[in-house]
Design a protein around this ligand. Structure first.
Ligand SMILES: *Cc1c(COP(=O)(O)O)cnc(C)c1O
Length: 356
């Protein structure tokens, strides 16, 4: 079979080493003679997987001993509820920035539990930029932002300076480049964009912040319970965590510095073609262009369907834009090779010549 270039926004492309290790473990996990999905999560073989996955997260992000790492279920979306339930105390206000669908959903959920102050929003211009001109009230319970807006294709390359605890939804750009994790009290990410299959969510918590959590939260939604039980209060997503561990091994081998360079090269290559080729144009503010999700449109909309068909004939898959924005979106997650971006650029150039 010819190689299919996978530009899917999520679930998304994973490193071949993680896929191969998963196939092997589905047959015979760690020499047990049993499949990964038919052994106890309390066995020493799987406990080693969770431990290694958590340690790799700490190593890759340079987290100190003051951080906890856990894997939960319910997707990034459940975090939208767990965060205010655990950290929005009565009488306090939480500060949010609205940069798209996911941020809006986080805001909507937080409002069910307490007072929310939306500091800034880019909704006025269809979320095509990152608002930067706002200040965070010093008495906010926490500040919440979304580092990469998967649907609109904008990304935060700088974070505010504040003494207020910072929480970030990094579902679609975690491990894509180096950043200072010590600035954050909490980071979370659904696995299926840049880390593994759907079914698990990485949560990183600063111990001093966790200590402030509300104790009266239902058990399954209580961060302290999950931390105390090492992600094993109940049965975790065994398969998903296993794949994450292998992706994390691969990320560590490359290193975040090199990963950032790779990802910038891929994004630069595609944005350069979008800007050069008169048949296409980008949809977001240039300085806020995401390196993970590249949104663009055909200048003549009637070419959109034919171009998508042209791409799929060339094994370029997953390029249709999200239903809420239309156009095209090329997701360039860690595991996508620059050859795939080059194949897309070649298709754009060939398509342009065919119309001339
Ligand atoms: C995909 C995504 C979500 C939702 O993730 P689920 O795991 O489907 O709940 C939240 N935030 C961001 C930034 C995303 O890209």
């Amino acid at each position: 079979m010819n190689k299919v270039h996978n530009f899917s926004a999520g679930p998304a492309i994973l490193p071949q080493s993680a896929i191969d290790a998963s196939i092997q473990a589905l047959q015979n996990f760690g020499g047990t003679g049993l499949s990964l999905i038919e052994v106890s999560h309390r066995g020493k073989e799987f406990e080693a997987v969770v431990a290694e996955a958590c340690n790799l997260v700490k190593e890759i992000l340079n987290l100190g001993a003051d951080y906890e790492v856990i894997f939960l279920q319910g997707g990034a979306s459940l975090q939208f509820d767990m965060i205010p339930m655990n950290f929005l105390a009565p009488g306090k206000t939480a500060a949010y920035v609205n940069t798209g669908v996911w941020a809006s959903r986080a805001i909507k959920e937080a409002k069910m539990f307490g007072d929310v102050n939306v500091l800034a929003s880019s909704e006025d211009n269809n979320f095509s930029y990152i608002p930067k001109d706002y200040s965070i009230p010093a008495d906010a319970a926490y500040y919440h932002c979304t580092s990469n807006n998967t649907i609109y294709g904008t990304e935060m390359f700088a974070f505010p300076e504040t003494n207020v605890p910072m929480i970030c939804d990094m579902s679609s750009d975690i491990f894509s480049r180096p950043f200072d994790a010590s600035k954050f009290d909490m980071i979370y990410a659904g696995a299926q964009k840049n880390m593994g299959p759907a079914g698990t969510t990485l949560v990183i918590l600063k111990k001093s912040f966790l200590e402030k959590a509300n104790a009266k939260v239902p058990t399954m939604l209580n961060y302290k319970i999950h931390v105390e039980n090492g992600s094993m209060y109940n049965t975790p997503s065994v398969f998903a965590i296993f794949v994450c561990m292998h992706t994390l091994r691969w990320i560590k081998e490359i290193g975040l510095e090199a990963m950032g360079v790779r990802n910038k090269a891929k994004a630069d290559l595609l944005y350069a073609e979008i800007d050069r080729n008169s048949m296409f144009k980008g949809t977001v503010a240039t300085e806020d262009r995401s390196r993970m999700n590249v949104n663009f449109v055909l200048t003549d909309k009637s070419h959109e369907e034919p171009f998508l068909k042209f791409c799929s004939e060339r094994n370029l898959s997953g390029l249709k834009g999200h239903r809420s924005v239309g156009g095209l979106r090329a997701s360039l997650y860690n595991a996508l090779e620059i050859e795939s971006v080059q194949a897309l650029v070649d298709a754009m150039q060939t398509y342009e010549k065919l119309q001339a």
